[in-house]
Write a new protein. Structure first.
Length: 302
């Protein structure tokens, strides 16, 4: 799966992921660039682009919800000393974003200039924009490109390898994008009902709409009126499925589904893999293909 010019094994990724998520271990003494990634999608992108040429640590532990990540003093030290710090800005992880001010190395907000960002839904007070760009495979390709540029700038002697690795990964993302385009072209329904508003980029990319119970932050509480309105919409639209997530409580989604007489299913926002997922070799692409299958079933796609 991983490539360094040609390929490196998944086992190396799982070892690195385990060390990263556990927060244990010391900095490598072998001279490789030290990369810290703020949460799972950036960790995988750095692993795929960097391969064996870099050491990557994920600052969000396996199975943890990253929005309100609190950093240990050791993690702050790692940010300060890293060769490259990869993070998602615009208030997605405020404590981490604040800690990047101490970084001595190259710090990269993978959201770029923000030109592709969607505004936050009405009622979201803390965030001005929707940061969930990684759930659109086309936008995630842009993130991979920024990671490749960052690693190349930090380690120009290995630029060719980083660019080759990024190219291989982008081709996988192109295939994923094509699968979503074809798989969601003809569906009986076009609205995806989700527990929180993480899927705006994904649904917009493929001509769908998102109806979210909560806002951009998964722990935010919907109002009784919001639940009543959404229950009525689910019934009126013939919706079959309310999606919930693995890293937050499904109780509100289950309550809405019971009230509306529909089923629930998992739609993964890929904010963090569980330890079991990591050990099983689950990846961004495999998880997104699971999301595609779940959406197709829910929407009655042919």
């Amino acid at each position: 799966m991983r490539r360094l010019g040609v390929a490196i094994g998944m086992a190396a990724v799982l070892v690195a992921s385990g060390a990263a998520c556990g927060g244990a271990g010391s900095d490598s003494a072998d001279g490789r660039p030290q990369v810290v990634a703020s949460f799972y999608p950036l960790f995988e992108a750095a692993q795929r682009v960097g391969g064996d040429l870099v050491q990557v640590r994920n600052l969000t532990p396996a199975g943890s919800e990253p929005h309100d990540l609190e950093l240990s003093s050791r993690q702050v030290d790692r940010i300060e000393d890293a060769t490259v710090v990869l993070f998602l800005g615009r208030g997605f992880q405020p404590a981490l974003e604040k800690a990047t001010e101490r970084a001595k190395g190259l710090k990269v907000d993978v959201l770029g200039d923000g030109s592709a960002l969607r505004p936050a839904p009405a009622g979201d007070d803390r965030l001005e924009v929707d940061p969930h760009v990684w759930l659109d495979p086309a936008e995630f390709k842009a993130i991979v490109g920024r990671v490749a540029t960052a690693l190349s700038d930090a380690d120009p002697a290995n630029r060719a390898a980083y660019e080759a690795n990024a190219g291989a990964y982008v081709r996988e993302l192109d295939d994923l994008d094509a699968s979503f385009t074809a798989g969601l072209a003809t569906c009986a329904r076009r609205t995806v009902v989700t527990s929180h508003a993480a899927f705006g980029y994904l649904t917009a990319r493929y001509g769908l709409s998102q109806a979210a119970i909560a806002g951009l932050e998964p722990e935010s509480e919907p109002s009784p009126q919001r639940l009543a309105d959404l229950t009525a919409k689910v019934r009126a639209d013939g919706t079959t499925t309310v999606f919930y997530e693995t890293l937050v409580s499904p109780k509100v989604a289950e309550s809405l589904a019971r009230e509306a007489g529909v089923r629930t299913a998992v739609l993964d926002p890929l904010e963090g893999l569980s330890q079991d997922d990591a050990e099983a070799g689950r990846t961004y692409v495999s998880a997104m293909r699971e999301n595609l299958a779940a959406i197709r079933l829910a929407l009655g796609c042919r």
